[in-house]
Design a protein around this ligand. Structure first.
Ligand SMILES: [Zn+2]
Length: 403
């Protein structure tokens, strides 16, 4: 079992929890600061009842909870109150150093392992002999020029550790490209997956979050556009003809991890071209675009609503450049063809603004010509998956309603 250090966001719990394990960039498990360890705790089966999220779903801030036992909750707000400015400065400095060390580790691995091994060049050579591989990529919209530019390849006998079984399948190999063309991993697109969950794998276990710059930009510029996944961002780079001062970034799935957020720290404008399902509340009322925009900061975030996945839409003739120019001047723009998405997006924005700044409600009501009742309904659907009784809601302040 690999134990790790407590993430700095949870430094206040130092000495109170044990057996910290990193689950992913955002999630850590440990024993509970209040109720301790499981009765049957041992080295190979450690206590993991306390779950810590560096950015929680609802607030985007650090949050921990004893999910299996006493339900003890911990948030950084509580801890912050006990901190002196000096302690906070030390904390910030330490966090900065740790982040820099982590960044150096990722860059070092990319340069001294992945790029030295050059294994992707061999797969790229293999692809030139593979009719099946080239046809597959042509069908997906990749022309030969871009196949060469991106260094795509094929591995004929990739061992897929699948959800239900382990098996062999051919796989397209796609270098994951960071600033200046640095290759940080190789994404595998399994060509004959046994199930949907097996479609994508990474060749190297880097234990790091990556992002993909299909244009191999030297650095991330002042304006960026975020697209879900490497292939979609490649298609956008190939066909959308977006302005060259806009850095196209493929994210790992929908989420925006801590590493990418750090990379975006000094970016002025962030455009999101997420899949339409990112606008639709899930069963818990969480809306991905709202969660992402909360992390990236709503003031500098813009949305490009679409009726389909951006790569499919582009292949069907959608003019993304036009959408970028006209539909993102303001946060949302109603268009007949995207009315449903914008409705969901509007709800997401309402939630987002209210949870941050309840006083902007009047501004929102005017802007979208909404009644108080419809906003209550939107919020209650988003927050709890059910409609609040308007009489009851009428007695609450907006702040109480959304908190
Ligand atoms: Zn507990």
């Amino acid at each position: 079992m690999n134990y790790t250090e407590l993430p700095l966001e949870f430094a206040a719990l130092e000495g109170k929890v044990q057996f910290v394990q990193k689950i992913n960039e955002n999630e850590y498990h440990s024993s509970c600061p209040q109720c301790g360890v499981e009765p049957h705790h041992n080295e190979s089966n450690p206590s993991d009842r306390f779950v810590m999220w560096i950015a929680s779903n609802t607030t985007g801030r650090p949050f921990g909870m004893c999910v299996r036992h006493c339900r003890y909750k911990w948030s950084s707000d509580k801890a912050d109150a006990d901190w002196t400015p000096e302690e906070r400065a030390i904390f910030e400095q330490k966090r900065k150093e740790l982040n820099e060390r982590e960044e150096a580790r990722i860059v070092d691995y990319a340069q001294n392992v992945i790029m030295k091994q050059k294994i992707y060049l061999r797969y790229n050579q293999e692809l030139k002999k593979s009719v099946m591989g080239v046809e597959y990529l042509h069908e997906r919209g990749f022309n030969n020029e871009w196949i060469g530019h991106l260094g795509l390849g094929i591995m004929h006998d990739y061992k897929v550790k699948g959800r239900n079984s382990t098996y062999y399948s051919p796989a397209i190999t796609m270098p994951v490209i960071a600033e200046g063309g640095r290759i940080e991993n190789i994404k595998m697109r399994v060509m004959q997956p046994n199930c949907k969950e097996d479609r994508y794998r990474s060749l190297y276990a880097t234990q790091a979050q990556h992002y993909h710059l299909p244009n191999k930009d030297l650095k991330i510029g002042n304006k960026v556009i975020l697209i879900e996944g490497e292939i979609k961002s490649d298609i956008v780079a190939m066909y959308a003809h977006l302005p060259s001062d806009l850095t196209i970034i493929g994210t790992q799935g929908k989420g925006i991890g801590q590493r990418l957020l750090r990379k975006l720290e000094n970016v002025e404008l962030i455009y999101l071209a997420l899949d339409p399902d990112a606008f639709i509340p899930d069963l818990n009322g969480n809306v991905t675009v709202a969660q992402v925009a909360r992390k990236t900061g709503i003031e500098r975030t813009r949305f490009i609503p679409t009726n389909g996945k951006p790569d499919d839409m582009i292949m069907q003739g959608w003019n993304m450049l036009n959408a970028y120019k006209t539909h993102t001047m303001e946060i949302f723009q109603m268009t007949p063809e995207s009315a449903e998405i914008v409705t969901n997006a509007r709800r997401a924005e309402i939630l987002l603004l209210l949870t941050q700044r309840p006083r902007r409600l009047d501004w929102l009501m005017g802007r979208y010509k909404l009644s108080r009742h419809s906003i209550i309904r939107d919020i209650s659907i988003l927050r709890r998956g059910r409609v609040i009784d308007t009489v009851q809601a009428g007695r609450l302040t907006w702040y109480e309603l959304v908190n």
